[in-house]
Write a protein that binds this ligand. Structure first.
Ligand SMILES: Cc1ncc(COP(=O)(O)O)c(C=O)c1O
Length: 368
């Protein structure tokens, strides 16, 4: 084994620094202080920095009362769960799903029902069977675009059918959509929020379009839901971070955000092409669906491949990924999530080569 100097991480769902517009953020900060020093330095209001709330509302074609801006969309998720989910309530999530969401629901005592995820999104036949059999969820948490961890996207037909099922059976769809702007191929699909604004609560974030360190995210939903969340927000923190939201507001209004999204999308596209090419060449046993956007790709290895052994062999070679087993309660022992957001094409080539070497070692050992 060669001497490894630098760890290559396919583990973190975060951008590499080269695709963060640091100069644009500095300019936005300068402008924000010049334009509104009072607003940036005061406590502000629990619904967020008002000019940013307006900008988001305009982008979604809704009145500002439908929007609350929070400290990252994780905070928005937490407030929404506090508002809508009581201990013992049933909540639908995708099987696979974002591990922090699952933890957050479990910590609130929710009864989490996982429904299989397919390459075109949640299995709605399975969901309907559960509903017909008597399941009465309060909420369905869905990551519609370039899902974390699978990279899959919910088809239009399934979006329409899901909102219809939600109406029929009286549950809210929570559309958790931080990756929507990062589509680099295929056609943009309507948000479920647009399909049924009265029964969908929508969350998104500036973490993927500007930078995760801003910690600015938001909810769009029916006025009463937003008002309840605003009340909770007041009790928790008076107001979210006005400095960060003021900077994001300038970054958005100056158009820098659109340039940033282009930079990120182009980089992600190149990275995914490099990743799929390298996997086909170096690790032909790997099965995957090439994502149309976002940060993640799900990889299935032949049944019987021990992802724990692969993980250890990979770490020894200075390469990291997240085991598929981390996103589920059981099973998925031969799967892994590769995040390509934080690695350059050269690192991807090198990382896949190390991963393939690790795979060869564990399959040779298993064959003995
Ligand atoms: C599906 C999903 N929801 C929410 C978040 C959290 O986003 P934020 O940085 O806005 O808190 C992430 C971050 O990776 C995510 O993948």
């Amino acid at each position: 084994m060669s001497t490894v100097t630098k760890t290559i991480s396919f583990a973190r769902g975060a951008p590499s620094l080269d695709i963060v517009d640091v100069e644009g953020l500095k300019a936005a900060a300068q402008a924000a202080f010049e334009v509104d020093p009072g607003g940036l330095t005061a406590y502000g209001t629990s619904v967020g920095y008002l000019p940013l709330r307006h900008w988001i509302a305009e982008r979604h074609g809704v009145a500002p009362e439908h929007v609350i801006v929070t400290n990252g969309s994780m905070q928005a998720d937490a407030f929404l769960f506090d508002a809508l989910v009581k201990a013992g309530d049933e909540v639908i999530v995708e099987l696979l799903t974002y591990d922090r969401t699952m933890l957050s629901l479990r910590n609130r005592g929710a009864s989490v029902r996982m429904i299989e995820l397919e390459p075109d999104g949640i299995d709605l036949d399975a969901l309907e069977r559960a509903l017909v059999a008597g399941a009465r969820p309060k909420l369905a948490h869905i990551i519609p675009n370039f899902q974390n961890p699978a990279g899959y996207t919910l088809s239009l037909a399934k979006r329409e059918r899901l909102v219809a099922l939600a109406r029929e059976y009286g549950f809210v769809v929570f559309e958790d959509d931080p990756y929507v702007e990062l589509r680099f191929s295929g056609e943009r699909l309507p948000r479920m929020l647009e399909l049924d604004p009265e029964n969908v609560v929508y969350a998104s974030s500036f973490s993927k379009t500007v930078a995760p360190g801003t910690r600015v995210g938001y909810l769009v939903g029916p006025r009463p839901v937003i008002a309840t969340v605003a009340q909770l927000a007041t009790e928790v923190y008076i107001s979210p971070n006005m400095l960060a939201q003021g900077i994001v507001n300038q970054f958005a209004r100056s158009g820098a955000i659109d340039r940033s999204i282009e930079t990120v999308k182009n980089a992600l596209h190149e990275r995914v092409q490099t990743l799929t090419g390298a996997l086909r060449r170096e690790l032909p046993d790997a099965r995957f669906v090439t994502p149309d956007g976002g940060y993640f790709m799900w990889v299935e290895l032949p049944e019987g491949t021990d992802v724990n052994a692969l993980f250890d062999a990979a770490v020894q070679r200075g390469v990291q990924f997240v085991k598929g087993t981390d996103f589920v309660l059981e099973g998925y022992e031969s799967t892994l999530r590769l995040a390509y957001s934080g690695v350059t094409p050269a690192e991807i080539e090198e990382g896949v080569s190390r991963l393939a070497d690790a795979y060869r070692e564990i399959t040779a050992a298993a064959a003995v």
